[in-house]
Design a protein around this ligand. Structure first.
Ligand code: HOZ
Length: 424
């Protein structure tokens, strides 16, 4: 029996589903997950000593690849001085200043421990600031496992067939209005039907939890205008896109200024970190200055701050975003050649991508659901067999890092081409 199989059997005895986060269980593709013992650059090494080229990058944080030297060094040096103080520490100030500098819409920021905490806090803050209860989200967008946001959610909730989670009171879910992405008429109708009641609209500006699709021209601008006209807080969930699509995330790419932004992943350098920030007048509603409570024992943890800061500094030093665009363009060119003539849709923006097993176009969740998930699963397993690891779900995005070399891209593209031929 393989070491992964044996660990998974043990895990299932003591961990629900054998995993600490559902998508990892491979339910979206069948079979069993592999266990990893180490990772370096763009490669994972499994407990069975298989080496895989990784296009998941720990679901986004590993923008420099795994175990990047400057990040590891910062973690080691900081850890040696103590793991957590429970008092303010200098690295929190450095991180806050760095975030506000990179993301100009963020005038003040508070650190938390995950993207879920960040979106949850944004929602509470928006409700407290506006004294309204309802929020609007888009079908297929996933904002972590927050009660109010697990309504028509993407990612694992979608893959496992439960986009509306059990355990969320109907009374609470009723306060969450959902509309399809890229549908301005439905959006305007929802604003009309809930005039004066919408505390916030939250969205992934580039939805990346039902695969990956892009906002159509004008969609974000229209949304910004509707929020402003209605006194509704616009929350960008940039947990995946932040510090990845550009220094300032998707809001920089599309030139839209949200009121609040939820952040995470890249700014933690691989450690558990989230953050939320925005306009000062809204952020000042937070305790201890304001009436909206929010707290966390490990928030602003020095080791996590050091890891994130080291990652961001290294990205600046090597002009990482430009490099990622080059790598992304090379990967896209090779993939487009491989899919030529096949009923597939390839989307990419910067270092994020998705290959949909459908003819397309894919502009929203409904379109994404037309994908042939059985064929995707066969393709996924064939690539894995050949040493290339894509996300184990048609509804997750792929991630590139600065550690993917031209040779890695070329090799992976060959494997993609070979396995597409095999499954069609
Ligand atoms: N929320 C992640 C997918 N968008 C999955 C995280 C994980 O399983 O580690």
């Amino acid at each position: 029996m393989s070491a992964s199989r044996s660990l998974f059997l043990s895990a299932k005895q003591r961990i629900p589903g054998g995993v600490n986060s559902p998508v990892r269980a491979f339910r979206g593709v069948g079979g069993e997950p592999f266990f990893v013992k180490s990772a370096a650059g763009c490669r994972l090494t499994t407990v069975d000593d298989r080496e895989l080229i990784d296009f998941v990058g720990t679901w986004g944080p590993a923008i420099l690849g795994h175990a990047a030297a400057p990040v590891i060094q910062a973690v080691q040096e900081t850890a040696a001085r103590g793991l957590s103080f429970g008092t303010p520490n200098p690295l929190e100030v450095d991180m806050a200043e760095t975030i506000c500098h990179l993301v100009p819409s963020v005038q003040k920021v508070r650190m938390v421990n995950s993207g879920t905490e960040a979106t949850m806090s944004c929602i509470r803050l928006a409700r407290g600031f506006t004294a309204r209860s309802k929020i609007l989200k888009f079908e297929g967008c996933y904002h972590g496992h927050v009660d109010s946001l697990l309504v028509k959610a993407g990612s694992g909730a979608l893959t496992n067939g439960t986009p509306d989670s059990a355990g969320v009171p109907a009374e609470l879910a009723a306060l969450t209005i959902t509309v399809p992405f890229n549908d301005p008429a439905a959006l305007e109708a929802a604003f009309d039907a809930n005039r004066g009641d919408l505390a916030a609209v939250i969205l992934e500006p580039v939805p990346a939890n039902a695969g990956l699709y892009l906002p159509e021209p004008g969609f974000l601008e229209n949304l910004r205008a509707l929020c402003t006209a209605n006194g509704t807080i616009l929350i960008f969930d940039e947990v995946m896109t932040g510090f990845r699509l550009a220094r300032g995330g998707a809001q920089e790419v599309f030139g839209i200024t949200p009121d609040l932004t939820a952040m995470g992943k890249v700014i933690g350098g691989g450690l558990p970190v989230g953050a939320f920030g925005g306009r000062s007048e809204i952020m000042d509603f937070l305790s201890p200055d304001g009436p909206v409570y929010q707290a966390g024992t490990l928030s602003g943890n020095p080791v996590a701050m050091a890891a994130g800061l080291a990652q961001l500094k290294e990205m600046e030093r090597i002009d990482g975003w430009a490099r990622l665009e080059e790598t992304g363009a090379a990967f896209e060119a090779a993939t487009r050649e491989a899919i030529d003539g096949l009923p597939l849709v390839f989307h990419r923006i910067g270092s994020m991508f998705c290959l949909y097993f459908t003819q397309g176009p894919v502009k929203n969740l409904q379109d994404a659901m037309h994908s042939d998930r059985d064929r995707f699963a066969k393709f996924f397993h064939a690539c894995l067999e050949d040493g290339v690891y894509f996300a184990p779900s048609q509804f997750e995005a792929g991630f590139l890092s600065t550690a993917h070399t031209p040779a890695d891209i070329e090799r992976s593209a060959e494997i993609v081409a070979k396995n597409l031929k095999a499954v069609f």
